[in-house]
Design a protein around this ligand. Structure first.
Ligand SMILES: Cc1cc2nc3c(=O)[nH]c(=O)nc-3n(C[C@H](O)[C@H](O)[C@H](O)COP(=O)(O)OP(=O)(O)OC[C@H]3O[C@@H](n4cnc5c(N)ncnc54)[C@H](O)[C@@H]3O)c2cc1C
Length: 818
């Protein structure tokens, strides 16, 4: 690759002035719901740097470009030594025609209304109760943040927020927790304090305020973010017990997960440094400023994460409110065009869409049966859908076939992978958790979040981490010839980097984690961002789609996002998904932009609309980017939601932690998922620091967290099993009073939702008594009543069960060895 650097100035044709924000952002597009009722986006132009009318470009021989040629385009890799994007700046264009008259553009009444595009499914069978219980506002807000309405989360159980599970305290605690969430969400710019909550809590609930507030603050569900009052809060040594004290944390990666965690850890009182391989923060959030000659047009293009997929409960929605960023609702209208430029008939579109959803439903039913009969069988979603398609004769005529392929491309976009790679059993395992509300853009791009989050953090750029050594006395992180010593390290590098094995772990990652890294998928989505001299596609729509005759190219520029309303200028982004996303990286950016332009002209010329050349275009290369090697995670055949949890597990006895979108089972592949994983791990690091401070140094290193992390293996052959209960006896004693480990499985109704396990210690004779009881409900009553036993998550077991688990493991090993 030729890496010589030149600076070129683009020359643009005279063109109409860019539309003002007021013209392009109808108030109706401003998202409402949980968000600030901020007026329509009129701040975007201020966000863009109008001075940037030159582009620094890197010539790239691979792309057959020639700088001496007037038609040549300049290729720009704007990240250091990686290949996130290639930039095409078009020199002199022929004089462009004026923007189209209103009557030549498609009007909203003529186009089909199609629900949000970046969705795995359009509707969710079984997630909505037919007869929902009446809920108060507090409960509804708690649900939107991801809390169950009538039970505790696994985190709450782990943190032992109430003394006895299932007691009267539990429902009172839930009311207090919901109250705090709801109060803080009504004013996210202020800190919520104990006094505030005490004022509003019912007298009989007040004894639970400290537990609920402590949990929500430590776990980053309230009092987080970037509002001045929140930023000004003093770093606190949590609980004032000197736990955090001098502890040092290295965070690897300055993407959303790393930045969020670093801020939270710093607020908890830890000493934090962030090591980032690139020369910029943000990782897969990258906003590229684009501009025409002398700033004639400007635009901010999100080359990575762009849409806030559901604003209700979304922590990025909270940041937007705190920072005063307006939100632009992505409008649902999305006309689809045939290869000949004609709009798809809305009846045919609706019919095929309904048939597509029916196919998905049939696959859901099939897998339900398969999972019940043979729990571990999986095939690709593509195979299953195709089998059904043939049986039910969906989409036999050519146009219907193209439409069906368009829907498949849309699904491949949502999952960043080919249908043939997706797990039929678990590809949509995160559907039940999807954030509700509008899908939104942030005017000016998501890098506005990144800039605000990175402010004041000690981030070392151009520090590519090569190895992480961990042991009893801490961690050593090697990056760019430097060594960073710390008590704990948080790894947020993408799954693509972990798959490549670019970072050496010493000792190596446990086999269980390596298997999960192999099983989970990491896919590809690419984009072409194009800044035009003016908007020729119309201001009424945010998306339009294009159908392809060739199924292998169904994902090539299948969907266009218009950023005119939010980017500050006439910007279009074409998406490349599925097989086409892989092929795209083998084609020169010149050629790709040429193909997009053919499509755009095919759509708009027949309407009498002249399509000008772009003044600048950027093609992404996420697959070649050595700091990610792809776009985002998906559930591949043979993988499941459990693999996200395994990726999230800490190793090294609480020394090495993991965050990032691919560690978030509920919200993978998203910006908010990355952010929430950072919050989660900050809380886990705090817990580990507290635990370490409570255990004397000599014992700490042998403490149980790893024993406990892997309980599923020892429960493969329990000593007793009845209903959802399994029991392991202490192999060292037959005494009826000797301790036994009890595991209770709680499984949701949906097969996609994997089981939740809770544990408890009881005597052997109590276990035998439980076995005599008929139903699980009666057993739970016995536990709560007569035995007064409190079930906990596996992390809650720590010290009490440690020696029993070690003895059971040793016993299994000796039997296997015999
Ligand atoms: C094309 C594309 C479109 C997307 N669209 C959407 C969308 O519309 N909506 C949405 O919600 N999400 C979207 N996403 C997903 C979203 O952007 C990511 O889920 C999220 O940004 C991931 O954040 P992260 O912190 O987990 O990882 P990253 O942002 O990748 O951060 C990891 C950091 O680690 C650094 N790093 C890697 N290796 C090393 C090393 N060895 N040493 C030091 N540093 C290292 C990286 O440079 C990076 O900065 C999209 C992603 C892509 C690529």
């Amino acid at each position: 690759m030729n890496t010589s650097t030149t600076t070129t100035t683009t020359t643009n044709p005279p063109s109409p002035p860019p539309p003002t924000a007021a013209e392009t952002t109808p108030a109706a597009n401003t998202a409402t719901e949980e968000t600030n009722p901020t007026p329509a986006a009129n701040t975007t132009a201020e966000e863009i740097n109008p001075a940037a009318n030159t582009t620094t470009t890197t010539n790239n021989d691979d792309n057959n470009t020639n700088n001496n040629n007037n038609n040549t385009n300049n290729i720009n890799n704007d990240d250091n030594n990686n290949a996130t994007s290639d930039d095409v700046s078009t020199p002199s264009n022929p004089l462009s025609p004026p923007p189209p008259d209103d009557d030549t553009t498609t009007t909203t009444s003529e186009v089909p209304i199609i629900p949000k595009r970046r969705r795995k499914r359009k509707h969710y069978q079984g997630t909505i109760s037919m007869d929902p219980p009446p809920l108060d506002v507090d409960a509804l807000i708690a649900i939107s943040v991801g809390f169950p309405v009538d039970s505790l989360t696994e985190e709450e159980i782990d943190d032992a927020v109430i003394p006895t599970l299932g007691s009267a305290d539990q429902s009172q605690y839930i009311s207090v927790r919901n109250l705090i969430l709801s109060k803080w969400r009504s004013n996210v710019s202020s800190l919520i304090t104990r006094d505030h909550v005490m004022e509003s809590a019912k007298p009989e609930h007040r004894h639970l305020v400290d537990a609920a507030l402590g949990f929500l603050v430590n776990r980053g569900y309230v009092n987080f973010g970037l509002a001045p009052e929140i930023k000004e809060k003093k770093p606190c040594d949590n609980n004032g017990d000197g736990v955090v004290g001098e502890a040092n944390i290295v965070v690897v990666g300055a993407g959303l997960a790393g930045l969020c965690a670093a801020r939270q850890l710093r607020d908890m009182g830890f000493k934090v440094v962030v090591l980032e391989g690139r020369a910029r923060p943000g990782g897969r959030v990258r906003t590229r400023k684009m501009c025409g000659e002398e700033g004639s047009v400007v635009g901010a293009a999100d080359l990575g994460g762009s849409v806030l997929t559901g604003i209700n409960g979304n922590p990025l929605g909270v940041l937007a409110r705190q920072l005063g960023f307006p939100l632009h609702k992505v409008r649902d209208i999305c006309p689809l065009y045939l290869p000949n430029g004609k709009a798809v008939d809305s009846d045919v579109d609706s019919r095929v869409e309904a048939a597509f959803n029916k196919l998905l439903d049939r696959v859901c039913k099939l897998r339900q049966v398969m999972m019940e009969e043979m729990r571990s069988v999986d095939v690709s979603l593509g195979t299953a859908l195709e089998a059904f398609r043939k049986v039910v004769n969906v989409a036999d005529d050519p146009q219907e076939k193209m439409l069906l392929n368009w829907h498949l491309a849309n699904l491949e976009y949502a999952n960043a992978s080919l249908m043939s790679n997706l797990s039929m059993a678990f590809w949509d395992q995160d559907d039940p958790y999807e954030m509700g509300g509008d899908h939104c853009f942030i005017p000016g791009g998501n890098e506005r979040f990144i800039r605000a989050l990175a402010e004041d953090l000690p981030i070392f750029y151009n520090r590519t981490v090569e190895s992480i050594r961990y042991g009893d006395d801490g961690v050593l992180v090697y990056a760019g010839g430097q060594e960073f010593r710390a008590d704990m390290v948080l790894c947020t590098m993408p799954l693509g980097v972990l798959k490549r094995g670019d970072i050496e772990f010493v000792p190596p990652l446990p086999q269980k984690k390596r298997d999960a890294i192999d099983r989970l998928g990491f896919g590809l989505l690419n984009k072409v961002a194009m800044l035009f001299p003016y908007n020729f596609w119309g201001a009424e729509i945010d998306t339009f789609g294009h159908l392809s005759e060739d199924p292998s190219r169904r994902g090539e520029f299948f969907l266009f996002y218009s950023y005119s309303s939010v980017s500050g200028g006439p910007l279009l982004v074409a998406l490349v998904a599925g097989e086409a996303a892989i092929e795209f990286e083998k084609v020169s950016p010149m050629e790709s932009v040429g193909r997009v332009m053919d499509i755009l002209r095919g759509i708009f010329y027949p309407k009498g609309v002249d399509v000008p050349d772009p003044v600048q275009a950027v093609c992404t290369r996420w697959g070649q980017d050595r700091f990610t090697y792809g776009s985002y995670s998906y559930v591949a055949i043979g993988a499941s939601g459990d693999d996200y949890d395994i990726l999230a597990e800490s190793i090294g006895n609480g020394r090495v932690f993991f965050a990032g979108e691919a560690t978030n089972r509920q919200y993978p592949a998203t910006m908010h998922g990355a952010f929430l994983s950072g919050m989660r791990e900050a809380a886990n690091i705090l817990k580990a620091a507290k635990r370490r401070s409570l255990i004397p140094a000599d014992k700490a290193e042998n403490s149980s967290s790893e024993n406990i992390e892997d309980l599923s293996k020892i429960f493969l052959k329990p000593d007793m099993q009845f209903g959802s209960f399994s029991v392991l006896f202490d192999p060292r004693s037959d005494d009826p009073e000797s301790q036994s480990l009890l595991r209770v499985e709680f499984r949701g109704e949906k097969i996609e939702t994997s089981a939740l396990y809770l544990y408890g210690l009881l005597s052997r004779c109590q276990a035998l008594e439980l076995n005599k009881v008929e139903t699980d409900l009666d057993r739970l009553n016995l536990l709560n009543g007569k035995f007064d036993l409190r079930l906990v998550g596996k992390k809650g077991l720590c010290s009490a069960a440690e020696s029993l688990i070690a003895a059971v493991k040793a016993n299994i090993c000796s039997k296997e060895g015999a």
